[in-house]
Structure formats: structure tokens, C-alpha cells
Design a protein around this ligand. Structure first.
Ligand SMILES: [Zn+2]
Length: 421
């Protein structure tokens, strides 16, 4: 089915299987949801988990298991003495855009023009706006019809891991390292690897396939903290409130207004600049809570951002001594670089595998987190690798078949590189 220019013979060989799996997986609605008490957050994710369990069994992997949380595991034995390598991707899609009725379409041998999506003509993929798209002339591109997301995040990663282990199972030579596969749920709501027991998983090093552009290796995430500012005022009947009422709502508004706006906000920062971002506010006259997220790649700078919040809280509190203001700070995840830097082999192996797949490695930083950030903090160094998908969490999401095949080839090469000692 897939033709066009493949980056290596291995990628060309893997392409049909990757594409076939990808098209099968994206049609299954696996949208996760915030605020649910269960894992997975939505039962529909289990439909893909069950399919993957069946497909791993069919491939003949060992220890295939679908656990109580909806995670799917499998093992592929490899050469003795080599470290066990973990391969991780998530089955869920973003709560931001519907994943019901995904209708993927293939644009073969892309000619570089604008792509108007068939189900919603206002949804246009424009190479002028998307430099990554302009680079894919000659590729076969998968898009949606414009009414849903595609789910390349992260079904491209799932399909690539599946195609790679299927290939390794069929082609045990050259030798490869033992591989452990894990497909998680609820990554998009920030709970991705919470139930992955690192001891049971048994991998020494792992990789998430949850990145984007061709050749990317990501070893750096934000440091992420959550802050809740609680403002206690004094509510009095407004008819007799003169000199008595202290409105927590007004104080909350003062607090938000006093936060930096032309800098240190997501809408004014890029690359390595961090931010303080109010994400929620709710309350009554008596008590108002403001929720914020704080992000920076650099922990020292992150601490400064936290201090900015405390300083603004102090200022607001000083102006209204009758109010009580409280700040609660909590770490969400940590930049995984501090762990990964202690294991240079995990990055070197990925670079070598990407080169062998015919691609030049590109190091990029994540302005966000990954499952790998939490796993790294818990002792399993887990960089993130490219999948070939683009424009995530949007109806304009697309993926290059050639880049997905290159990602699958990278996984095959990775298992082989780790067998070489
Ligand atoms: Zn993802």
C-alpha cells in the first residue's frame, strides 16, 4: 500500500504493517477524561487494550497480560546478558478534541499543496503555516476528515512498537536485546505511567514512543509544580457590609492581575523560558481558590517562579490584613534530564539506532511532560522518541507513513544496538 521514498530498506519493509495497524487503531475511540475516579478514566480505552493484548498473543510474545488498569504488557526474549529494554506508548487520546468516528484518509505522494479536509472545509493543512508539512513532499500522509483528531498521539507509537516487535519475532537475527512492551492508558490526563510497576516491568532502560518529528530524541521535560492559593475573606450581607465585608473574589482578581503578564506566561514564552499560569479560579465572597501551574526546565528558575507567586500573595495580603491567604505547592513531575544524564548509554543507543535507521538524530526539549519523566524520577531512565505524527490534539493532526516507518525501524535497530554490549 505504502510507496514513495523510504529512508531505508528496513523502513520500507515495515511500512505496510505500521500503516495497517495505525489505521486499525485510530478507528477505535480511546479518548480519556478528566476527573474520573477509575483507571482507565474511560472504559472505551479497554477496547484498544484488549485488541493489543490479542495481537501480542497472536505474535507469540511471552507474558502477555492485560492488567486491572488496562495496561497491556508483553515480553520478547533476546540475547542473554543484554539489558532488558522497555518500549512504552499510550492508547488514549486527548480529552480536548473528539476521537469518536475517526475517519483516516491517505494522501499519497504529497505534492506540497494545501490539504483541505473533506469533512470540514475550514480545516486546512497549510505548508506555509506548518514547516514540517512543507518538508514531506513525496510522502504518504494520513489525515482525518477534519471533524475529529487523528490519534497519531499516540497510536503512531503503538503501531510502531507493534510492527517492530512483530518484525523482531520473525527475524531473530541479528541478535537483539530482550524487550518488554507496555501500553498505558490515561497519559493525556497526566496519569500515564502511574500504575506501571517498574520492578515487575523488569526493564533496565526504556523509551516512550510519544514524540513527533523525524529523528527526535527528547531527554528534557519541564519541572512541573501545581500551586493553589486559597483566599479567605469575610462575607457579610451586602446591605450592611460597609467597613466589614472582605471580598475574597476581589482579592483573587487582584492577585491574578498582579502576576507577570508580558513575561513568564505561556502566551509570551517559548523554548527554555518557563511560566506561571493560572488554570482555574472558583469561589464565593467568603473563600476563593486560584489554581496555577508553574513550569521551567531549570529547577532553580522554577523556584524563583514559585517565589514570585508567594511575593504577590504577600503583597495582596499586606493590603488587606483582615484576609487570610494560604499557598499550597506541590510537585507534579520533574525534568527527566537529571536522571538521564546519569545514564549516557540510554541516549547514545537511541542516537545510534536512529542513525542506523537512516535518520540524523535531533535533540529537542519538551515544553511539557511525558510518561518518561515520571518513570525516570522513579528510577527507570526513559527518553522519548519520535513517532512521525504532527499537530497533536487537533483536527489537523497528521502523520507521515514514511516517518512512522522510520520510527518502527528505529525501534528494531534499538533492540539490536542494545544486544551489542
Ligand atoms: Zn502522547
Amino acid at each position: 500500500m505504502a510507496e514513495g521514498h523510504f529512508i531505508s530498506p528496513l523502513a520500507a519493509e515495515l511500512a505496510d504493517d505500521v500503516l495497517e495497524r495505525f489505521l486499525r487503531y485510530v478507528r477505535i475511540d480511546t479518548q480519556s477524561a478528566y476527573g474520573q475516579a477509575t483507571t482507565p478514566s474511560t472504559a472505551k480505552q479497554l477496547e484498544l487494550s484488549r485488541l493489543l493484548e490479542a495481537e501480542l498473543r497472536e505474535l507469540g510474545l511471552d507474558d502477555v497480560q492485560l492488567d486491572e488498569f488496562g495496561y497491556v504488557y508483553g515480553s520478547l526474549p533476546g540475547v542473554k546478558g543484554a539489558p532488558v529494554i522497555g518500549l512504552i506508548a499510550h492508547v488514549d487520546t486527548s480529552p480536548d478534541v473528539t476521537g469518536t468516528g475517526v475517519t483516516p484518509g491517505i494522501h499519497e505522494n504529497y505534492d506540497g499543496s494545501r490539504i483541505v479536509l473533506s469533512g470540514d472545509e475550514t480545516q486546512i493543512l497549510d505548508p506555509q503555516e506548518q514547516p514540517a508539512l512543507a518538508e514531506k513532499i513525496g510522502h504518504d500522509l494520513v489525515t482525518t476528515d477534519g471533524t475529529t483528531l487523528l490519534g497519531a498521539d499516540d497510536k503512531a507509537g503503538v503501531a510502531e512498537i507493534m510492527a517492530a516487535v512483530a518484525y523482531l519475532k520473525r527475524n531473530p537475527r541479528p541478535e537483539h536485546a530482550p524487550v518488554r512492551v507496555c501500553f498505558t492508558v490515561d497519559e493525556e490526563i497526566g496519569a500515564g505511567a502511574d500504575h506501571l510497576d517498574i520492578g515487575d516491568f523488569g526493564a533496565e532502560y526504556a523509551y516512550t514512543l510519544d514524540g513527533s518529528g523525524l529523528g527526535e530524541i527528547e531527554t528534557e521535560t519541564f519541572n512541573a509544580w501545581k500551586v493553589v492559593v486559597s483566599i479567605h475573606g469575610r462575607s457579610v450581607h451586602p446591605g450592611s457590609a460597609k467597613g466589614k465585608l472582605v471580598s475574597s473574589i476581589r482579592l483573587a482578581a487582584d492577585f491574578v492581575a498582579a502576576l507577570p503578564r508580558d513575561r513568564l506566561s505561556p502566551e509570551t514564552t517559548d523554548e527554555r523560558e518557563g511560566f506561571v499560569h493560572p488554570t482555574g479560579i472558583n469561589g464565593t465572597g467568603e473563600k476563593t481558590m486560584v489554581e496555577l501551574i508553574v513550569r521551567d526546565h531549570d529547577k532553580a528558575k522554577l523556584d524563583e517562579h514559585l517565589a514570585v507567586i508567594r511575593r504577590v500573595v504577600d503583597e495582596v495580603g499586606r493590603k488587606e490584613p483582615r484576609a487570610l491567604l494560604e499557598v499550597v505547592e506541590q510537585e507534579t513531575y520533574r525534568n527527566m534530564r537529571e536522571v538521564i544524564d546519569r545514564h549516557p548509554r540510554v541516549v547514545a543507543a537511541a542516537e545510534e539506532a536512529i542513525r542506523r535507521a537512516g535518520v540524523e538524530p535531533v535533540h529537542s526539549i519538551i515544553r511539557g511532560g511525558t510518561d518518561g519523566a515520571r518513570l525516570s524520577a522513579r528510577g527507570l531512565p526513559t527518553p522519548n522518541l519520535f513517532t512521525g505524527g504532527q499537530e497533536y490534539h487537533s483536527p489537523r493532526e497528521w502523520a507521515s507513513v514514511q516517518d512512522m516507518a522510520a520510527a518502527a525501524a528505529t525501534v528494531v535497530e534499538l533492540a539490536r544496538v542494545w544486544a551489542e554490549g
